[in-house]
Ligand binder design. Sequence first.
Ligand code: ZN
Length: 223
Amino acid sequence: MNTPHGNSADSKRRLVLLGRDGVINHRIAKGFVTRWQDFAFLPGVLDALHTLRENGYTVVVVSNQSCVGRGILNWQELQLITRRMRLEVALAGGAIEKVYYCTHAPGDWCECRMPQPGLLRQAMEEHQVGLGQVYAIGNSASEVEAAMRAGCQSLLIDRGALLQKNAAGHFPQVVSNLGEAVEIMLRRATPSLDETLLREWPRLPSVAQPAAPSSKRAARIMA
Ligand SMILES: [Zn+2]
């Protein structure tokens, strides 16, 4: 089925790695989401996840949740919040394929806590996509650094980004919310007219050059 964006066969293999807090739901200042009642989707996120699914993107969540390692929340409680998040996304027409958490505390010196790239690399390996087709969307410097070290393109969500539009194009590109990040990804996935022309140009049938009329003939025609 053709969709407005990215209807090529490989579109099914595009992968988006999303941070959780500050990307999907409101980040709790200096704290953690420890119960579903405190999990609030950010505006436009459910629609953006629906759009990603419609366009054939695989979405996974990659997030540090050291609240488990710090003993603030146990794994089962984290799973309850996660299941509810995925259910709400599914009800809105989106899909979160898998959720990867680093539950270690900072002092554990694990390989998966961002800015370490371990968790992103695991997600990429498990989904077997080329580097050019992977986007990581984060809300913190550590998430962006992990994306860079894992070798994928990244977009940084910063709610103050509306004031910094001119920074676009610099690495990492800054956007104000997930909806804007999705727009950028879809735009990049859809070749521009220039790109299409460049690609198609060599395949166009060559046009025979008309022979230049001799001056006599040209004169006759003009007479
Ligand atoms: Zn870890």
